[in-house]
Ligand binder design. Structure first.
Ligand code: ZN
Length: 286
């Protein structure tokens, strides 16, 4: 649809200057350490405990074959919101319906563990959101279609999983988000919707959040970082999830980026625990 595409590009161009100014302001105000800022606490009061540990470490280069070798910055899912008037670019840290619900999210796939995770989710009638790497979706369209057919939802996790992401040029960040979305949509087939964008390492910035919004993607954070990517042991992954979860929370796990056998084993215990605790499964707010 050339008309829509043209419109989108024009909108993006118009917003680019504004986003650049906002980005500059954030750097000036916060330096390189956004984590634990008061602004972040205001956005997600129930998640402040996880803000300092979650995003940068959970997406370490070792966990991602395609990742940029530079270490992730401390900026992250704790990035302050944009100014009032752009609520759609604020980072989502809650389920759509609230109450005693939970949103499961899996990053860095699809990968070899994805079918096992889908089997487990089906067993417990659980729904989840998959934040996919574009080329991996393109390489395995059948699994993307299976995710859709099972009623799960999709999230854009870039093309190359760049870390840090916010230091890339506006054009490069635009490519990372736009092209990944296109790959996921193409892999999923007609009617595929991608509803969220999750920055690698949670490295959200005013710029990449604005780009996402112009692609009809809502920035997606998390409140529970299981740190499963580091393979700390099944018991520890489970205990972390149980300790950090509050009603309406978003759990971060990984179905790609390396050996995810611990994740699968932990999920097999986490799902019945969630059911036992009275949680129902939801999607993130959008
Ligand atoms: Zn990731």
């Amino acid at each position: 649809m050339p008309t829509q595409g043209t419109h989108r590009r024009l909108l993006r161009r118009a917003a680019a200057g504004c986003a650049a100014v906002l980005s500059l302001a954030l750097v000036c105000a916060c330096g390189t350490t956004h984590a634990g800022s008061s602004a972040a606490s205001a956005v997600r009061p129930s998640a402040s405990a996880s803000a300092s540990s979650s995003p940068s470490a959970s997406d370490s280069p070792s966990a991602h074959p395609t990742a940029h070798p530079a270490p992730a910055p401390a900026t992250t899912a704790a990035a302050p919101p944009l100014a009032a008037g752009a609520p759609e670019s604020s980072i989502v840290y809650s389920t759509a319906t609230g109450g005693r619900t939970v949103a499961l999210s899996f990053d860095d796939g699809p990968g070899p563990a994805t079918p096992k995770i889908l089997d487990l989710l089906a067993q417990y009638h659980a729904k989840a959101t998959f934040c996919e790497i574009g080329p991996q979706a393109a390489a395995d369209p059948a699994i993307v279609q299976r995710i859709r057919a099972a009623g799960h939802r999709l999230c854009d996790h870039t093309v190359h999983h760049p870390q840090p992401m916010h230091t890339l040029s506006h054009d490069k960040q635009t490519y990372e988000i736009d092209a990944a979305k296109d790959m996921i949509v193409k892999a999923g087939g007609p009617g595929t919707e991608v509803s969220w964008f999750r920055a690698p390492g949670g490295d959200f910035s005013a710029d990449n959040r604005q780009i996402a919004v112009q692609d009809d993607l809502r920035p997606l954070g998390w409140t529970v970082d299981t740190r499963d990517w580091a393979r700390p042991g099944v018991d520890k992954i489970l205990a972390t999830a149980q300790r950090q979860l509050h009603p309406g929370g978003v759990i971060l796990m990984h179905d790609g980026g390396g050996d995810r056998s611990q994740t699968v084993a932990a999920l097999a215990e986490l799902l019945p625990w969630l059911v036992q605790q009275g949680y129902t499964f939801d999607f993130p707010a959008s």
